[in-house]
Design a binder for this molecule. Structure first.
Ligand code: PMP
Length: 402
């Protein structure tokens, strides 16, 4: 069992007040709060270790490089990659997916080749493919969702053809909280010799990820959604595919030898890490993953699923409530009567409750649902049933105003 009060003590921001109310932070799908251990580790590195990595012979540079590479090993362990060569640091999920679209696209996607996406993707798993489309005439096929908010697994197999080169889909929907059957999807794609990219932005904070067990070819996640710093994320890729992909950006770090006639590139993962990396953020990310690892996903999942189920039950009793299923995990989207989502979100804020409103960077999904936006409550390991009760009471109060 998770000792939530002990955990909350690690997150100073949770003790703030907003408009005279104790903060109820339910916007964890957008970004999570940071435990003191993460911020302390980063502050310590800036104040006591700081030097550029991989470049200096001097003591501080060696120490900073050690911390940076230890962080890579921490990420490797966290996702159970075979080697640190498969762990590329990026600015986040968005950059990870853009890297694949650009570099894998250049190597493997030619005119008339096909990429399969799904109707529940975040814009960051749609637009990079459209940008590629502007350069190469690839075809984007989209797996629809059912009325229950799940991928239509009857349609998906029919989307493959001998032109399909990649399937890219989210593990957990940031709007509907759907946990997709990614193992089945990966197996199906592999039967067609199609590699798979998993967007794990909303999965990594909530469920254990084992890239070898999943057998995904790429996987992306962001540090800031898993209690780590902003501006750092991860792209995992299978070594034999990454080896065949050209660099994404050029600059320092990613080269072997440079001349005006001929330049060679560095080994993995550095080939994809041009320029000075955010080596302080990698330390912070490693601390965040250690923090989550010390609590353990079985306790986290049990707590968050109890919380999600409780919230679903309580919300469903509010007259006029429209829930957008299935909310398998930590994310609940809803609308109440004909109150505009923005009004509801703004009024909840005045009562100290932070939720997300709008299209959640998933406009195609909004079109499918026939709406403009929702209110989204998303949970983290430090949220409590009392906070859900405050959300319910606040919605009821606002409902009476309308
Ligand atoms: N994919 C999903 C499913 C997300 O929820 C998000 C963030 N809302 C992203 C990708 C993009 O993550 P980031 O902005 O950290 O790059």
């Amino acid at each position: 069992m998770l000792d939530v009060q002990k955990i909350r003590a690690d997150f100073p921001i949770l003790f703030r007040e907003v408009y005279g109310h104790p903060l109820v932070y339910l916007d964890n799908g957008a970004t999570t709060q940071k435990p003191r251990a993460v911020v302390d580790a980063m502050m310590d590195e800036y104040l006591n270790v700081n030097a550029n990595v991989h470049r200096g012979v001097h003591y501080l540079s060696q120490q900073a490089t050690d911390l940076h590479e230890q962080a890579r090993e921490t990420v490797r362990r966290f996702i159970n990659a075979r080697s640190t060569a498969e762990v590329i640091f990026t600015r986040g999920t968005t950059e990870s997916i853009n890297l694949v679209a650009s570099s894998f696209g250049q190597a493997f996607l030619h005119d008339d080749d096909e990429v399969i996406l799904t109707e529940m993707e975040h814009h960051s798993n749609i637009v990079p493919w459209q940008l590629l489309q502007a350069r190469t005439r690839i075809i984007i096929k989209v797996c629809p969702i059912t009325d229950e908010g799940r991928l239509d697994m009857e349609v998906l197999p029919t989307l493959f053809s001998d032109k399909t080169r990649l399937l890219s889909c989210t593990y957990v929907s940031n709007v509907l909280g759907t946990v997709n059957p990614v193992r089945d999807i990966i197996q199906l794609a592999h039967q067609h010799n199609v590699p798979v990219l998993i967007d794990a932005a909303q999965a990594a904070p909530h469920l254990p990820i084992d890239v070898q067990e999943l057998d995904c070819d790429f996987l992306a996640f962001s540090g800031h959604k898993i209690y780590g710093p902003t501006g750092i994320g991860v792209l995992y890729g299978k070594e034999q595919i990454l080896e065949q992909m050209p660099p994404y950006m050029g600059g320092g770090e990613m080269i072997g030898k440079v001349s005006f006639q001929h330049t060679t590139f560095n080994n993995l993962p550095y080939k994809f890490e041009a320029g000075t990396p955010d080596y302080v953020a990698t330390t912070g990310l490693a601390r965040a993953l250690d923090y989550v690892g010390a609590i353990g996903f079985s306790a986290i999942q049990q707590h968050e699923q109890e919380l999600t189920q409780y919230a679903r039950e309580q919300l469903s009793q509010i007259p006029g409530m429209r829930l957008f299923p299935p909310s398998d995990d930590a994310v609940i989207s809803f609308l109440v009567g004909n109150i505009h989502h923005l009004d509801l979100g703004t009024l909840l804020d005045r009562l100290g409750i932070a939720v997300r409103t709008g299209h959640h960077c998933a406009e195609p999904l909004m079109h499918r649902l026939g709406i403009e936006g929702t209110v989204r409550a998303s949970f983290a390991l430090y949220n409590t049933c009392e906070e859900v009760d405050k959300l319910i009471a606040a919605i009821n109060r606002i409902r009476q105003m309308f």
